[in-house]
Design a protein around this ligand. Sequence first.
Ligand code: AMP
Ligand code: ZN
Ligand code: ZN
Length: 443
Amino acid sequence: MTHASASRIRPGLRAIASVALLWTACRTPPPAAESTPTDPAPQADDPTERLDTDTSDPTDSGSRWAESDRTLILVSLDGVRWDYLDRVETPALDRLIAEGVRAEGLIPVFPSKTFPNHFTQVTGLYPAEHGIVGNSFWDEDLQDSFDMSETGSEWWGGEPIWITAAKQGLRATTMYWPGSETDYDGWHPDAWVPFDPPVRNDKRVEQVLEWLDEPQPPHFATLYFSDVDGAGHSYGPDSPEVDSAMRTVDDMLQRLIDGLEERGKLDAVDLVVVSDHGMTQLSRDRAIFLDDHVTIDDFWIAAWGAYATLDPIDGDATGVLEALADLPHASCSDDATRPAELQFPSGSRIPPILCTAENGWGITSHEWFDTHPDDLTGATHGFVPTARDMHGVFVARGPHVQNGVNVPAFSSVHLYELFAELLQITPAPNSGDPAQTQAVLLR
Ligand code: AMP
Ligand code: ZN
Ligand code: ZN
């Protein structure tokens, strides 16, 4: 467990809402020219309502559907560290690797948390660019806080791949993905499902297979499984529980492979399996006490654990970095001193001061540590991307990717370009470099 409280709680922090499962199947309306991110076009959320087909030319509804023979299924296995694949018997993943491509790792963006990374993977943008800078954070301009249940358009910037696909006349469906429930200037997936953790994994696979059975099957679909992340947090990355969760998600991949094979579609589908970050063991012997160096009540502190963000309540950051210079096993910076590779400049959602802990250490306070026996127990992620423990997995198999090839680790920010290439669509402007994933593609 890591520190869960801010030294002062901002107003408006909400618990994750549990939403009812809605099998929403709506076609995307053409974008309203005048709509802005803060003035979203009305969302078609009536499951009985079917709107016009998703194409930028409303008179040309769906004409590109038949033109594309591409299908990309993107599966996220939350919290699967790069080395789990070697240590647990995972026949489905082994088959995908033997017949496809495996990267030595998938390097997360900072912070190595679920929401920022999933959204980077599908937009090709860094968190500071797409706006999802943490699993929860405060926006100084909006005067509001974000949490993982937030679907409002004002939070989600950039263009996720399912929107790029829909705008170019392809069909896209999502069986869970951060950002998939949001309306982007009137666009959304052809079908999406509000996140509902109790929905069984096999039902999720079934849903994707059902979509593929439709008369106009999607060109793009996502799937998401969180079992391995959960086991890692609770029992540690090296636990038998993680091994067992790996077998569970591998069984789900096997179901998907079998379902595709039964339909004669396996060799027509590019299947990409990723994770958002890895996992590292915490210890109460590796505590970093922020309050030994600064008066924590002087700051809004929106994150603790693998990293902490500090926003001086009186707006004056003078002398703070000097006070934090000897914070052990951590590195604190402002914009002037922050390593450029973190791509984490301050702004309305990123406070001026950032402290990153060494891998496996946790930033906390004496009061919290003493009153929470579970603080800094279990395991976590959120550490800097250079920490090998934070690296996830990338495995791909399909007609447009190499066969039996290992490629070096690459950053998640390059995935969007790869997805656009696999779907043969024009990517929106992004920070990825297609050259970084060329070795994945069959030429
Ligand atoms: P983390 O704290 O970074 O490990 O976040 C992992 C958690 O994110 C999962 O256990 C889920 O509860 C949550 N999560 C994952 N995907 C979604 C989603 N699409 N909507 C809401 N919450 C999600
Ligand atoms: Zn995660
Ligand atoms: Zn996690």
